[in-house]
Design a protein around this ligand. Structure first.
Ligand SMILES: Cc1cc2nc3c(=O)[nH]c(=O)nc-3n(C[C@H](O)[C@H](O)[C@H](O)COP(=O)(O)O)c2cc1C
Length: 139
């Protein structure tokens, strides 16, 4: 099993409804391929963790890289792992708001900037993000 974590920049004008649309696709597709993870959206950036077998993750990641809803996809980590951080979800979702006041190491003067994240900071970061994770009603 492997874990991929990447960061990307939303295209201008991307709204909550677009993120809902991504989640509507992601949940059933990821469950079908035994992929777990979390998508975090800050309004400006995406940060996503994907866990699953190498072939499934590679296929999904190629599709995600070509998705016109975001740009500047940067892989932070692609590493083998025996342990899922997100075993309970097809795809969790966390919306990061300024009011959340998370104690994240990768925050600069302008707020949350996941491009500054180091691989070693990911576990603690996703632990914090899980606390504000929402289950979306996707109907
Ligand atoms: C930030 C972001 C994260 C995404 N995450 C997933 C995901 O976890 N699972 C998924 O199936 N699609 C995800 N998508 C959507 C895929 O890019 C793609 O639209 C979807 O898999 C359908 O692909 P297809 O039209 O080639 O069938 C994501 C898109 C974006 C922009």
């Amino acid at each position: 099993m492997m874990r991929f974590v990447y960061v990307s920049t939303c295209v201008p004008g991307l709204e909550l409804e677009d993120v809902y649309s991504i989640m509507r696709t992601a949940n059933p597709t990821n469950r079908k391929h035994a992929i777990s993870g979390m998508l975090c959206w800050s309004g400006e950036f995406f940060l996503q963790c994907l866990e699953g077998d190498r072939a499934s993750l590679s296929r999904l990641f190629s599709r995600i890289c070509g998705d016109p809803r975001h740009t500047d996809v940067e892989l932070i980590v692609a590493a083998p792992t025996n342990l899922r951080w997100f075993s309970e979800w097809g795809m969790g979702y966390s919306r990061l708001l300024a009011s959340h006041q998370l104690d994240l190491p990768n925050t600069d003067a302008s707020g949350f900037n996941p491009y500054l994240l180091q691989a070693s900071e990911l576990e603690a970061t996703f632990e914090q993000l899980s606390k504000v994770a929402q289950r979306l009603s996707l109907d």
